[in-house]
Ligand binder design. Sequence first.
Ligand code: PMP
Length: 446
Amino acid sequence: MSLDHTGKPAVAPNDLSAFWMPFTANRQFKENPRMLVASKDMHYTSADGRQILDGTAGLWCCNAGHCRPKIVEAIQRSAAELDYAPAFQMGHPAAFELANRLVDMAPDAFNHIFFTNSGSESVDTALKIALAYHRARGEGQRTRLIGREKGYHGVGFGGISVGGLVNNRRVFGTLLNGVDHLPHTYLPEENRWSKGLPEHGAWLAEDLERKIALHGADTIAAVIVEPVAGSAGVILPPKGYLEKLRAITKKHGILLIFDEVITGFGRLGTPFAADFFGVMPDMMTTAKGLTSGTVPMGAVFTTAEVHDAFMTGPEHMIELFHGYTYSGSPIACAAALATQEVYREEGLFQRTAEIAPYWEEALHSLKGTKHVIDIRNLGLIGAIELEPIAGEPTKRAFSAFLKAYEKGILIRTTGDIIAMSPPLIIGKEHVDQLVGTIKDVLEALD
Ligand code: PMP
């Protein structure tokens, strides 16, 4: 038996107990581990040597597919040339180049970029910018934040406070004060089986007027929503809903934040959901597809109006007391620049728009499959909702996930919903394999 430096028996490197896994049923996993050891393009390789088709782009992030040589080389080069530069009164060229590149690809309104390391950090950054923006303009009483039921905005205290997923909040106590939530737009009775955007429910945005009447417009700093909610099991905005939110927020001087952590970087066939819907918020939060999941990185996009509010004090002052040690770190910037290059060279956003109708038809061909009670889709996002087992919510979808993995596809479940968001390089044969495997799995499931 080997001993560690204190003379205690050393833990075997392959012991699974030390790692407290995130967002995972640890006990279940450690009984039945699902280990991935390699990845390439559309596939993972499992520890037992099987090829697993990636139906989720990792976790909605590997939009360019896996281990793309251009991105790998850029990361290697940066690691060898400039490993780190202080994110404090110092800069390095790649961060400026990346910010310029992102501004170029974003809708015209966005011309400033604040770097973070994750979606959660992007959300908390945007919420803090919103509060400080109003204060900088002499409206410091605007402190209220408004999110939405079933919203997911990461796991920071700001993000879980404005978020509306019950399980992510309820065990953490009171959270931020002064937060309110709009109703969600999940209307199964009205919108079941709709392809693309649902017809019914734009009126739900008018609840914002009621919140404003209740609290007073001059107390509200920002409204944050996911243009398409992913983590709640894919909830699409009813036609006209986002437009209404924009009109109401604008009328009352409230900032609108789109959390584009999953929709940013091509998922809907456009660079951002703001492009897809033609609705411009005041800030967009992003992460994931920015580096195609390779190196942790996020970015907040702001308008000049938001940014410039911070640029009026004395020149030598730090204008926004906020940032992270790794904001815009050289290796992350190199990964992001190379990722954007791959998206552009391969026309992956356009390709997404082109394959989306095939994806839609393939998914909806599952109507009538055992246990399926709804199917939803937009761009390269899909959801298959299953009839829950009475008294055992989530069990059926989780069984489907385990069986699907055995049969060589990676899907994701939220409650009783199977969600998919494949890499944007997906081919029709992969779509067929995903849908065919899901059909087989569901037909065989109790
Ligand atoms: N916002 C949204 C809309 C997300 O989907 C996610 C992650 N799924 C986050 C924020 C949090 O991102 P991260 O896990 O990188 O902190």
